[in-house]
Design a protein around this ligand. Structure first.
Ligand code: ATP
Length: 219
């Protein structure tokens, strides 16, 4: 079943048409990568999916619900990791994760279990008591990833997730993405790392100047 359906999406920035009618689907259990040159429209597509950019034409359905008409319902089942996450620097890592867990109404058991699981996987557990302002760029990115995973999203959207992660953390993220898909979630992400797209994804979509020019399996 399709977790994400983009139907004839058009997005304008003033008079510039950044997306010129994009359609694609991501099914449950699938990992799909969006690749394309700088300025092709990847971030614009992602921001439209997650409901932070208004689009003029077309529709985006998350688990069959429109992000325009039912944004809260859509956001409940989706997680988004931007390319440059803005975190609350005056909180500690664990305070931030607890805040996100509260917003998503995650039970005490689930949050404790998943914060431990993902914290250990990304080797961040021992820093969770420190202020986010003291974190390196990569540590902030890991915290943003953990905060997205603790509510077990059925659709995970990531913008350039591998930029800034060290090789071990990249490997861990790839493993986790596979795990999540094996449990039936869908993942859609943009990347410039072709090797990742090739090895990790079930499907690749290529965007050029606001239009999809190719899609399918790696072969
Ligand atoms: P990159 O690989 O460099 O991150 P991208 O594929 O994510 O690029 P987008 O950021 O989606 O590209 O940009 C698509 C087009 O829309 C570009 O032509 C860009 O100049 C334009 N654009 C993006 N954001 C804005 C904005 N806020 N105002 C005006 N034009 C914008």
């Amino acid at each position: 079943m399709a977790m994400l359906e983009i139907k004839d999406l058009h997005v304008h920035y003033g008079v510039i048409e950044a997306l010129k009618g994009i359609s694609l689907e991501v099914n449950e259990g699938e990992i799909v990568a969006l690749i394309g040159a700088n300025g092709a429209g990847k971030t614009t597509t992602i921001k439209s999916i997650v409901g932070i950019l208004e689009f003029s034409e077309g529709d985006i359905l998350i688990d069959s619900k429109s992000i325009k008409k039912n944004p809260i319902e859509c956001k409940k089942v989706m997680a988004y990791i931007p390319d440059n996450p803005d975190l609350y620097e005056a909180l500690t890592g664990i305070q931030y994760l607890s805040f996100i867990a509260d917003i998503y109404k995650i039970s005490k058991e689930q949050r404790e279990k998943l914060i431990k699981y993902y914290g250990d996987k990304f080797e961040l557990t021992k820093y969770l008591g420190d202020l986010i302002s003291s974190y390196s760029h990569g540590m902030k990115q890991k915290l943003a990833i953990i905060s997205a995973l603790i509510h077990k999203p059925r659709l995970l959207i990531l913008d350039e997730p591998f930029v800034g992660l060290d090789p071990k953390a990249s490997h861990t993220l790839k493993e986790i993405m596979r795990e999540l898909c094996n449990e039936g979630s869908a993942i859609f992400f943009s990347t410039h790392v072709l090797e990742v797209a090739e090895k990790l994804c079930d499907k690749i979509v290529i965007i050029k100047e606001g239009k999809i020019v190719a899609e399918g399996t790696t072969e």
